[in-house]
Design a protein around this ligand. Structure first.
Ligand code: MG
Length: 163
C-alpha cells in the first residue's frame, strides 16, 4: 500500500462562495483562490499525488495558467485520479479534517461525502470527512482562514506471479 498526505490553507474573504468538497455551503464569506479554492478537494488531490509520487497540485495546475481560473476543483481531482489509475493504483480510503472556526460544518458533511464519493468512485464508508475548530486562536480561530489535512491510502498494482 501507499500512503499520501495533503494540506491546504486559504483565506476567507467577502464576495466569494464557500465551496467544500464541491458543495456550496451557505456563509457570508468564501475561500480566496485561483480556482474555486475548495481546500478540502485540494488537500485530497495533493494526498493522491503524494501517494502515487506524482508531484503536487501546484505543478499540475499552476495558478499562472488561465485555464484553471474559477474552475471546479472536482475537475482537478478527477484529472489526478486518472493519473493515479494510469499507474494502476486503486484508492482504498480517504480521511480528511477541515479546520474552521465558522460556519459549523457538521450538517453539511453527509452532502460533502456524497459529492466526493461520486468523483472518487469510492463508497462513503471509505471516505471520512471531519471538522474541527482552532479554539478561537490564530487566523483560523479568528475566522480569517480555513485549513484542511487529508490522508489517502492507495493499493499498489498486484505483481503478476509466475506459475
Ligand atoms: Mg488550495
Amino acid at each position: 500500500m501507499r500512503i499520501g498526505n495533503g494540506y491546504d490553507f486559504h483565506r476567507l474573504v467577502e464576495g466569494r462562495p464557500l465551496i467544500l468538497g464541491g458543495i456550496e455551503i451557505p456563509y457570508h464569506l468564501g475561500l480566496l483562490g485561483h480556482s474555486d479554492a475548495d481546500l478540502l478537494t485540494h488537500a485530497i488531490t495533493d494526498a493522491l499525488l503524494g501517494a502515487a509520487c506524482l508531484g503536487d497540485i501546484g505543478q499540475h495546475f499552476p495558478p499562472s495558467d488561465p485555464q484553471w481560473k474559477g474552475v471546479s476543483s472536482l475537475l482537478l481531482l478527477e484529472k489526478v485520479l486518472e493519473l493515479v489509475h494510469a499507474k494502476d493504483f486503486t484508492l482504498s480510503n480517504v480521511d480528511a479534517v477541515v479546520v474552521a472556526e465558522r460556519p459549523k460544518l457538521a450538517a453539511h458533511i453527509p452532502g460533502i461525502r456524497e459529492s466526493l464519493s461520486k468523483v472518487l468512485g469510492l463508497p462513503v464508508d471509505r471516505l471520512s470527512v471531519k471538522a474541527t475548530t482552532q479554539e478561537g486562536l490564530g487566523p483560523i480561530g479568528e475566522g480569517l482562514a480555513m485549513a484542511c489535512y487529508a490522508v489517502v491510502l492507495l493499493n499498489e498494482p498486484q505483481p503478476i506471479l509466475a506459475m
